[in-house]
Ligand binder design. Structure first.
Ligand SMILES: NC(=O)c1ccc[n+]([C@@H]2O[C@H](COP(=O)([O-])OP(=O)(O)OC[C@H]3O[C@@H](n4cnc5c(N)ncnc54)[C@H](OP(=O)(O)O)[C@@H]3O)[C@@H](O)[C@H]2O)c1
Length: 249
C-alpha cells in the first residue's frame, strides 16, 4: 500500500478515523473529504494527508471536486460516511429521509462518477455498509433500506467494472459516535454495548481485506450467520420472533 493514494470519507470520526490512522501508518497518501475540516486539520503531523472541505449532502460540492485532483491519480475510494435515524417510519421527516438516502447511497454514486476520471488502472472501492441491509428493522427502516441499496450498487459495480476491486463491509454495531446521532437517548447503544465491535479492530480487518482483494467482510460472523438462516423464511421469523426486529428502540 505504500505510496498509494485513497480518497476517504468519514475520516473525522469512528471507523473512518481508525482507517485514516492505519493508512497513514502504512505510508499511504489519503485525501479526506469532510464537511468539518477543523476536526482534522493539525491533528496529524504528516505530508501524506490532504483535507478537502466537502459536504457530502451537497451534489454541487461533490461535482466541484473534479477541479481538485488534476494531477493526482487516485487508487481508490473508502466510503465510510453514513448516517441513520433510529425512529419510526412516520417520525422521519422528509429532510431526514433525504439526508439518509443522499449520504448513504445517492451521493456515493455522484462521488464515484466525479472521481472516476482520476482513477488508476485497478482502483479499490471500499463501501462501509451494514448488516442491517439483510433484515427488516422496525425503527430503522430507512437506514436499513439505504444500506440494502448501497449493497446492491456495490455488487453491480463489481460486475460492471471488472478492473475494480470492490470490497463491501457489512458490519454490525460498532462502538462509535454514530449511535449518539442515530438515537440521542442512546437506548440501543446501552442495550447492545457488550456486542459492539471495536472500530480499530474492524479497521485492521478492512485493511487486510483491501490487501487480499476480499469482496466482502461480514462482522460479527455470528450475526451474519443468523441473518443467513433468517433469509430462508424471513416473514415466519419476523412473525414469531418479532422482538428481534424491534431492538432499535
Ligand atoms: N456505528 C455502527 O454501529 C455502525 C453499524 C453498521 C454500519 N455502520 C456504518 O459505518 C460507517 C461509519 O460509521 P461510524 O460508526 O464511524 O459513524 P460516525 O462516527 O458517526 O462517523 C460518520 C462519519 O460520516 C461523516 N459524515 C456525516 N455526514 C456527512 C456529510 N454530510 N458530509 C461529509 N461527511 C459526513 C461524519 O463527519 P462529521 O465528523 O463531520 O460528522 C463522520 O466522519 C457508516 O457508513 C455507518 O452507516 C456503523
Amino acid at each position: 500500500m505504500i505510496g498509494k493514494h485513497y480518497v476517504l470519507t468519514g475520516g473525522t470520526s469512528g471507523l473512518g478515523q481508525s482507517l485514516l490512522e492505519l493508512l497513514l501508518k502504512k505510508q499511504v497518501h489519503v485525501t479526506v473529504l469532510t464537511r468539518n475540516p477543523q476536526k482534522i486539520e493539525g491533528k496529524y503531523d504528516t505530508s501524506l494527508l490532504t483535507v478537502l472541505k466537502c459536504d457530502l449532502q451537497s451534489q454541487e460540492q461533490i461535482l466541484n471536486l473534479k477541479n481538485q485532483f488534476d494531477d493526482k491519480s487516485i487508487d481508490g475510494i473508502i466510503y465510510s460516511s453514513g448516517l441513520g435515524y433510529f425512529k419510526s417510519i412516520e417520525q422521519h421527516t422528509t429532510e431526514e429521509m433525504l439526508e439518509t438516502y443522499n449520504l448513504n447511497v445517492v451521493n456515493f454514486n455522484t462521488l464515484l462518477a466525479t472521481l472516476q476520471p482520476f482513477f488508476s488502472m485497478f482502483p479499490t472501492i471500499v463501501g462501509i455498509g451494514s448488516q442491517s441491509a439483510f433484515l427488516t428493522q422496525a425503527y430503522a427502516a430507512h437506514y436499513g433500506a439505504s444500506k440494502a441499496a448501497f449493497n446492491q450498487v456495490l455488487n453491480a459495480l463489481r460486475i460492471e467494472k471488472p478492473n475494480y476491486h470492490v470490497l463491501t463491509v457489512n458490519t454490525g454495531p460498532i462502538a462509535t459516535p454514530f449511535h449518539a446521532k442515530a438515537d440521542p437517548s442512546l437506548a440501543f447503544a446501552q442495550k447492545y454495548k457488550s456486542i459492539m465491535l471495536d472500530p480499530n479492530e474492524l479497521a485492521h480487518k478492512i485493511i487486510k481485506g483491501m490487501l487480499s482483494t476480499k469482496q466482502e467482510i461480514n462482522e460479527p460472523k455470528w450475526m451474519h450467520l443468523f441473518l443467513r438462516i433468517y433469509q430462508i423464511a424471513p416473514r415466519f421469523v419476523e412473525k414469531h420472533f418479532t422482538f428481534l426486529f424491534k431492538n432499535k428502540m
